[in-house]
Write a protein that binds this ligand. Structure first.
Ligand code: TUI
Length: 313
């Protein structure tokens, strides 16, 4: 197997990034994905800067392979986080939930590979102009904070609009999804939801069980009115959010209900009052595996599907 441009760029074996899932993507998960030949990510999310710094140091002890950090730009400490990753010698940065333009020059001057998540062609073009090395193009099948367009329509439009490599994200959970992403012109994939049930993923077992038992229609999008729509598995909290929407609640009311909701689901296993962020592909995920099994199975299946399609097309 020849290495793709994207694999050469970040020096990994398989063109797969593990999603930078808030409260989930820690040094254990990131190192396991990197050790299996993908690119693991540590999520900075809303965590304290020194906590993320420690996670980076732990990951360096757990793997000698490349890994990255995802910076969530809606966070109050995004700016401080943006500087800390330079101090810690992080090699790869992905960003989410905003425009990282103001940090690009600094990151590039530190030789960091920067891959913003984009939900539109316009932002993709802007990020390319700012010097992004690759783009993670995320469709609204994804879990967590999402844009408007599906992976199927967004990826080929961005591929046509930019010259840098495109990584497809949103709705990819097995080898068929990987094969489809490559057919759309992507150079790699980002996968979140399937890694939620990895052995090395340290989230509460109640959260894993909800992902494993989810059916196709079990995720919902709430918070559209706030400008920050979020996809999660339907539960008591998502129903409360839907009621708020009906009542045209204020952004403050949403914020109050949402505060700490992801943490209590992920860490305490409160899957009634907590937010169970996951993508629509959860309905396809039925077993817990190691990160290595997940990655090897996905790429073996992708190869098989592409070979098979070759007979007919
Ligand atoms: O960021 C994500 N997924 C996330 S972040 C998160 S934490 C959170 N919790 C509650 C509310 C909001 C955030 C949970 N899941 N994915 C990457 C992603 N980025 N999806 C969409 C975007 C995005 C949206 C708008 C990227 C850029 C953007 O730009 C707007 C602008 O300023 O131009």
């Amino acid at each position: 197997m020849r290495k793709s441009i994207f694999c050469e760029m970040v020096n990994i074996q398989y063109p797969i990034i593990q999603g930078g899932m808030a409260w989930v993507a820690d040094s254990s998960l990131a190192a396991a994905v990197s050790n299996a030949g993908g690119l693991g990510l540590i999520a900075a999310a809303n965590a304290p800067v020194d906590y993320v710094r420690e996670e980076i140091r732990k990951a360096k002890k757990l793997t000698d392979r490349p890994f990255g950090v995802n910076i969530m730009l809606l966070s109050d400490n995004a700016e401080e986080m943006a500087h800390m990753v330079c101090e810690e010698g992080v090699k790869v940065i992905t960003t989410g939930a905003g425009n990282p333009g103001k940090y690009m020059e600094k990151w590039k001057s530190h030789g960091i590979i920067v891959m913003p998540v984009v939900p539109s062609v316009a932002l993709a073009k802007r990020m390319e102009r700012y010097g992004a090395d690759a783009l993670i193009v995320e469709g609204c099948e994804a879990g967590g904070h999402i844009g408007e367009l599906t992976t199927m329509v967004l990826v080929p439009q961005v591929v046509d609009a930019v010259r840098i490599p495109v990584i497809a994200a949103g709705g990819i959970g097995d080898g068929r999804g990987v094969a489809a992403a490559f057919m759309l012109g992507a150079s790699g994939v980002q996968v979140g939801t399937r890694f939620l049930v990895a052995h090395e993923c340290t989230i509460h077992t109640n959260y894993k069980q909800r992902v494993l038992s989810a059916k196709d229609i079990d995720t919902v999008v709430t918070g559209r009115a706030t400008g920050h729509p979020v996809r999660s598995i339907r539960n008591q909290l998502s129903r409360k959010f839907q009621l708020l929407e009906k009542e045209n609640a204020s952004p403050e009311q949403y914020e109050e209900m949402g505060r700490g909701a992801l943490r209590i689901a992920v860490r305490e296993g409160d899957v009634d009052r907590g937010s169970i962020m996951a993508g629509q592909i959860a309905g396809l995920i039925h077993k817990e595996q190691s990160c290595r099994e997940i990655i090897e199975e996905m790429f073996a299946e992708a190869k098989e599907k592409i070979d098979k399609a070759n007979q007919w097309i």
